[in-house]
Write a protein that binds this ligand. Sequence first.
Ligand SMILES: CC(C)(COP(=O)(O)OP(=O)(O)OC[C@H]1O[C@@H](n2cnc3c(N)ncnc32)[C@H](O)[C@@H]1OP(=O)(O)O)[C@@H](O)C(=O)NCCC(=O)NCCS
Length: 167
Amino acid sequence: MIRPATIDDAPALAEIHVQAWLETYTGLIPHEVMAGITVDARERQWRFTFEHDNAVLIAELEGKAVGFSSIGLPRETGADIELFTLYLLKAFQGRGIGRSLWDAALEAAKARGAKTLRLWVLETNPTRGFYERVGGMLEGRKTDVVRGVELIEVSYLFELTRLEGNT
Ligand SMILES: CC(C)(COP(=O)(O)OP(=O)(O)OC[C@H]1O[C@@H](n2cnc3c(N)ncnc32)[C@H](O)[C@@H]1OP(=O)(O)O)[C@@H](O)C(=O)NCCC(=O)NCCS
């Protein structure tokens, strides 16, 4: 059900990325930011992701992509690796698939020798509860400006060796 994705998956990843964004952020992120999120733009981003040193995992049910996670070199110092995405279509949430995508991302991180992982999440995103459930330690806070809109994000740090057996 969870497998490494390749550049051939870029169109499917773009489709579900846009759908998952709408389902997650409508009401949390202003319309002017949401309007810039198109399938074409997302596909270009995914192609860029595959051309660089990132690992992407895709969750499929009956051959259909329903979610994904991705990791790569962190944007800031203080962690060995960063989780860039973890998204599951709403219709498939709450039945353990998100945890499987998370576990697969952690395995990919450990396979690269990472001992610490960081992620950034919108401060108002209820998914923070998931990251706390799987052992994240609240770490930082920053303001990003996207299309003139200020978005506040918080970071969670995970010590990968400490997580074994605890989640
Ligand atoms: C985060 C996400 C991937 C979790 O996937 P999921 O399949 O719904 O989660 P699971 O069913 O695997 O749940 C695993 C555990 O986390 C808990 N959990 C899931 N979502 C939670 C939440 N929002 N708050 C608290 N706990 C949560 C579950 O209760 C479960 O606990 P258990 O181990 O005690 O049974 C999914 O909710 C999602 O895609 N959210 C929207 C996208 C998003 O915001 N992504 C993050 C962007 S930074």
